[in-house]
Design a binder for this molecule. Structure first.
Ligand SMILES: *Cc1c(COP(=O)(O)O)cnc(C)c1O
Ligand SMILES: [Zn+2]
Length: 392
């Protein structure tokens, strides 16, 4: 049974029927989002019903677009860990780390790929194509393999070696480009035009963000159906942030949570910070960041289809955006590992590195409950990062 009512344009609100292949809004070119019949969901399921369900993101089936059996590898429901050591260091007694490094393929990209490939399969798709900074390629390749769908991936030639290797191992076709994720998109667009591949680029299909939405659902459930005051998130394409925003709004409409939404705080690398720049300058949209460069490859997204929505999610929740240097990122990997037992990926370390800056600038208060998201495992970057020590 599906609780999806229709799809809607995130900008002009044009509507589209569910159950068919859609990409961007044909009227204005903006991303589409899935709309649910929340009244029906409210009568069909209560938070307490979830206790019986499997510890994956599919425990929230009513709030996900897939009707049949999903393509799953056990993604989601990752631990929300209290981080008292870090909290003491940063003057924030109520600090948690959500460790998404424990997902299949080692990053939270598994959430988006599980939802996206499940929907592609349900829509009868045989071949998908996507540009990636690295980790999305690995995740879609894995779920494509599980579903018997052919996956075409294009990524920067200097993406982490593990990403190329995992894509190849899962049987995906990999093209590397001398450039960044938006240059890789040109290769995929060509395959979409010439061979009819299903375009699975971030926010160009409406379901990946639904998978990433489960971050928000899990955080609320793991906090006893309440919301933290702030969430600190390493932002590339911004899809995770957009997903959480949607999740909290939907849960509040359902009456599952009450009060103010968490302030959504985007952290970017100083070498690629289009969202931070747009927030500081009060712009409604981002401009492409030229010569993007950072060790946090998942944050190397100079321009994203969903950035306008990312900015709205940040502003509507009273959040902010901040950039950290690669030096801070590398030092924080070891610092966070030693203080928590979680060795974060460079992107997750960026989020941790931002916390003391946010605290100093008054964006985080000692009374706040703060969740920092570690989006992946450091073990996916064995060649790129030699886990510097002695940073404390
Ligand atoms: C993709 C990625 C990000 C950024 O996620 P978005 O949803 O695109 O903002 C952060 N961390 C890691 C490890 C990633 O792979
Ligand atoms: Zn539109």
């Amino acid at each position: 049974m599906s609780f999806v009512s229709h799809l809607a344009c995130s900008r002009c609100r044009a509507t589209y029927p569910a159950g068919r292949i859609h990409h961007l809004c044909t009227a204005c070119g903006s991303p589409l989002v899935v709309e649910y019949d929340l009244e029906r969901i409210a009568t069909a399921v209560q938070p307490r019903d979830l206790l019986e369900r499997p510890a994956t993101m599919w425990r929230y089936a009513e709030l996900l677009p897939v009707t049949g059996a999903p393509v799953t590898l056990g993604e989601g429901f990752t631990p929300l860990l209290p981080a008292p050591g870090l909290g003491e260091r940063f003057g924030l007694p109520h600090l948690w780390i959500k460790d998404d490094g424990l997902n299949p393929t080692g990053t939270f990209k598994a959430r988006g790929a599980s939802a996206g490939i499940s929907m592609a399969a349900a829509l009868g798709v045989k071949e998908v194509g996507l540009p990636t900074a690295g980790n999305a390629g690995g995740a879609w390749a894995a779920y494509g393999a599980a579903a018997g769908i052919t996956v075409h991936v294009a990524m920067p030639s200097d993406a982490p070696a593990a990403n190329r290797a995992e894509c190849a191992a899962y049987g995906a076709n990999v093209t590397t480009v001398d450039g960044l994720i938006d240059d890789a998109a040109a290769v995929i667009n060509e395959g979409v035009r010439q061979h009819g591949w299903y375009d699975a680029a971030g926010m160009r299909e409406p379901y990946r963000v639904e998978g990433k939405k489960t971050f928000g659902l899990e955080i609320a459930e793991q906090m006893g159906w309440s919301m933290p005051q702030a969430i600190v998130y390493p932002t590339g394409g911004g899809i995770g942030l957009i997903g959480m925003w949607r999740a909290f709004l939907q849960m509040r409409d359902l009456g599952w949570v009450h009060g103010d939404l968490p302030r959504l705080i985007a952290v970017q690398a100083a070498g690629c910070a289009p969202v931070v720049r747009a927030i500081l300058e009060g712009e409604e949209d981002t401009e492409r960041w030229e010569q993007a460069e950072t060790v946090a490859s998942g944050l190397r997204v100079p321009m994203a289809t969903g950035h306008r929505m990312t900015l709205r999610a940040i502003r509507d929740t009273g959040g902010t955006a901040v950039a950290v240097s690669d030096r801070q990122i590398l030092q924080t990997m070891a610092l966070a590992a030693a203080a928590t037992g979680v060795l974060p990926c460079p992107e997750g370390a960026a989020a941790v590195a931002a916390v003391p800056m946010l605290r100093e600038a008054g964006h985080l208060d000692p009374a706040d409950r703060v969740v920092v998201i570690n989006t992946g495992s450091a073990l996916k970057y064995p060649r790129e990062v030699d886990y510097p020590v002695g940073a404390a």
